[in-house]
Structures are given as C-alpha cells and as structure tokens.
Design a protein around this ligand. Structure first.
Ligand SMILES: [Zn+2]
Length: 444
C-alpha cells in the first residue's frame, strides 16, 4: 500500500528547489493526473533514503532487550537508575533483562534498590551468572503465593519475604519468564526515524527461518538478506542478497575449500559477500575468485601492497566508518603503528575507484548511520584522536556511502545542508512510498 505523493519545494541540492512526485513507491519525472497527497517541505534538504548495507537485524533487536549493566556501561549511562529508565522508555511493556551487573563494583542489589525505580518487571543477572536480582513486580509474577512452594535459592529476609535475589535458578527462571520475540518493528521504526529506508541483513547464519522472520516483521524499509547457503528462495517482501562467507582468522579454510564455496554461489547465480578483517583473509578471498559482482565486508585492514590487488579484483567494499569513533582508541593502542594506515580506509578506496558502501554492523556497531557519516568525515575516535586523517571524506561524500542507485525513498532533513556531518535532525522519510513524519529523536 503506497501513497502518491507530491513534495512541494524539495531542496534536492543546495540552492535548488523542485516539486518531487513519488507514485507507487517510485520517483517520477512528471506527476500523473491522479490524486496526490501534497506536502510542502518548505525548502528542506531532501536526500536519497539511506541504506544500511551491513546490519544484523535479529541480533540488533534481541540485544535491545538486554540492558548492559556492567560497570563501564552504567558509568556511560549515568548510573543504574538512568540505564533502566532509558531501557523502559524504549520497551514500554514486558520484562526487562539486565546482564553483567558487578556486585563488587556497583554494590549489592535487591528489590529494595529496584522497586523505587518502578521499571519492572525486571531481572538483572550478576556477572558471574549465578545470581539474578528481581524487583517486586517480577517476584509477584513468578513466585507461588505460598512461600512453602518456593524453590531453594530464593533468598528470604528475616520476615520470610523474598529479597529479590535468586541463586542458581537460571533454568527455573527460563521456564517462567515469558519468551520475547525480538522487536523488529521497533528497530525498523527507529531506523526510519534516522533516515534509513533500506537494509541489507548480513547474518552469516541466515536460512529460511530468519528470512521468514524478516519478511513477517513488515519493516518500513526495503530489506535484502544474505544467506548461508546458495540454494534458498526468499519469501515475499525480502530480496535475496549475496551468499555470506565468514572468514574466521583463527580457523581459515583452505584456498581450495573457499574457491569451491565461491564457485558454488556463482554457479547458483548468487554473488558472495566475504567477511574479511585481516590481510590474510583478504588475500585469500581475492585468490579464491571474489570478483566484480561480489562484496568484501569490512576490509578493515588493507596494507598498501594489497590495495592494488583489491582494486584489480574489483568487488564492492562495504565499510563501517563508525568503528573509527567507537573502537578507534583501542585500534590505536593495540594495532602496531605500521599497520595504522591500512585500518578502516575510506578515501584511498574511493580514490582508487572501488565501489564503496557503508553499514553499521549493528549490534557490533552503533546502528545510527549519522554517527558513521560524522566519523567518515572527521576520522575522530571517541577519545578525540584522529585515525587516518588522509582517509577522511567530505560529509557529502561520506553520505554517498549510505546511498544506493535505488533513489525512490527519500529523507527530509530538519536542518540545512551544512549539518550533514553533524547528525542532523530528520523531519520525515518516505520509505516504500509512505510518508512518515519523524516526531521522536532518541538513541536506539
Ligand atoms: Zn557483520
């Protein structure tokens, strides 16, 4: 179901406004004679919808259901109360689950600490995995009314009431807490609010079950999914992407094995997308027959002498520029200095004529594409260092990595063109032919 839209006064380039007609989900040169929903965007920048070219949707949605309660995460979130309230705001109903709580570092925790926060029902696992801490709402849902029926491991206070601490009751809890299906719809809505109108799911284990789940979610985005096996049919609503081949540096296949897998995918009419985060795996992938129709995922370490081989083979390279921001300090500390210039290249890829696209790699990276655009343009780490200044792109050039030849979806910014590299507020998106005004802007 799509609308026929006429966006009045759309700035499709700085200083250039036009009316933009989108009919049946396609941008058309001339509006047809039928009824249009007319929307005046008042000269706001209108960009092609963003594509996250590498994301793990199911894992990202599942990760959102767990609150990281490790000392570092709590410090970053402004404390336990702030972290839990934020998680509750993102998931208004059902159980919250916290993991990684460190009693030694963050202090003892039981229902007396949790109840005043009124975020329940909630269960928080301590970092040893032995104990769970529940609030009163959680206890009320799970514990039998008669304390005589409680399992051993339910800690009691002097008045024989449950304190909320449960020891070695993992299995018991698992049987009783309702299972939650990862909330893909909430993830899709959030991504749309950041201007993401298309997604490529890079799940290495994707099979019929995962494809069905992605199709059933009814995401606002156009979804392409990689798969583990070449012989898979995609359900309606999901496009088939490349065959994903994950090269684990600790357990690399033989060159013959890899070449056979690449060949089998090509024989089945599929491209391959090879995960490579090292020089060895990249050289191997290129030797195994990865070519212009294929993709290299990450290409996070490409020494000077390997770059020409990559250019000659000509695969698309799918990068994660936000990792410069989120992991750059660690790279600078841990990767030998002589390898720094080969880390998370951008400018030298683009300059060499490679087709470069970007993704978030969420949940292993932050799903916000604008963090990646900003990091691609300033190459700054969270700690304020610069990693590979020569690899920086302009904000507009960086944004192009999230765009695709498919330009039928658009993002309407609520800021000027000068804000491209500065996480601009989003006014609305048109995804799959539907206009959606963006009202909330928050982290995922
Ligand atoms: Zn990935």
């Amino acid at each position: 179901m799509t609308d026929d839209l006429l966006l009045r006064r759309a700035a499709t380039a700085p200083g250039f406004e036009r009316d933009l007609a989108i009919e049946g989900g396609r941008i058309v040169a001339q509006p047809g004679t039928g009824d249009h929903i007319e929307i005046d965007v008042e000269g706001r920048p209108v960009l092609p919808g963003l594509t996250d070219h590498h994301i793990h949707l199911l894992a990202t949605a599942a990760a959102r259901d767990s609150v990281d309660c490790s000392p570092a995460a709590l410090a970053a979130a402004g404390g336990l109360a702030a972290a839990l309230r934020d998680a509750r705001a993102r998931r208004p109903e059902g159980w919250l689950r916290g993991v990684g709580y460190d009693v030694a570092a963050s202090g003892p925790l039981d229902r007396r600490g949790l109840d005043p926060l009124a975020v329940g029902p909630i269960r928080i696992q301590d970092r040893t995995g032995i104990r769970w801490m529940l609030d009163g709402a959680g206890l009320a849902e799970l514990l039998p009314a008669d304390p005589g029926d409680w399992p051993a491991g339910v800690e009691r206070d002097g008045a024989d009431r449950a304190t909320g601490v449960l020891s070695r009751l993992d299995g018991w809890l698992g049987e009783r807490v309702p299972r939650q299906v990862p909330d893909l719809a909430a993830l899709g809505a959030w991504l749309a609010s950041r201007g993401v109108t298309a997604l490529t799911d890079a799940g290495a284990g994707n099979g019929p079950g995962e494809l069905a789940a992605l199709a059933a979610a009814g995401l606002p985005q156009r979804v392409t999914a990689m798969t583990r096996d070449p012989e898979v049919t995609a359900p309606e609503g999901v496009a088939l992407g490349p065959v994903k081949i994950l090269l684990d540096d600790a357990d690399l296949p033989t060159l013959d094995d890899l070449a056979a897998r690449v060949g089998a995918a090509h024989d089945a009419g599929r491209a391959v997308a090879v995960h490579s985060v090292s020089e060895a795996s990249l050289v191997m992938a290129l030797a195994a027959g990865v070519g212009p129709r294929d993709r290299i995922e990450h290409a996070s370490l490409v020494p000077d002498d390997v770059l020409p081989l990559l250019v000659e083979a000509g695969p698309m390279v799918v990068v994660q520029p936000a990792l410069v921001r989120t992991r750059g300090d660690r790279y600078l500390a841990e990767v030998p200095v002589e390898e720094h210039r080969g880390l998370h290249r951008l400018g030298s890829f683009v300059g060499a004529g490679l087709r470069v696209r970007a993704g978030s790699d969420a949940p292993y990276g932050d799903p916000d594409p604008w963090l990646g655009v900003a990091a691609a343009a300033d190459r700054r780490t969270a700690g304020g260092q610069v990693l590979g200044a020569a690899e920086a792109l302009t904000p507009g050039g960086a944004l192009r990595l999230w765009c695709d030849t498919l330009v039928d979806d658009v993002v309407v910014l609520d800021a000027g063109w000068d804000r491209l590299g500065d996480s601009p507020p989003i006014h609305a998106v048109v995804a799959r032919g539907r206009w959606t005004q963006v009202t909330r802007q928050r982290g995922y």
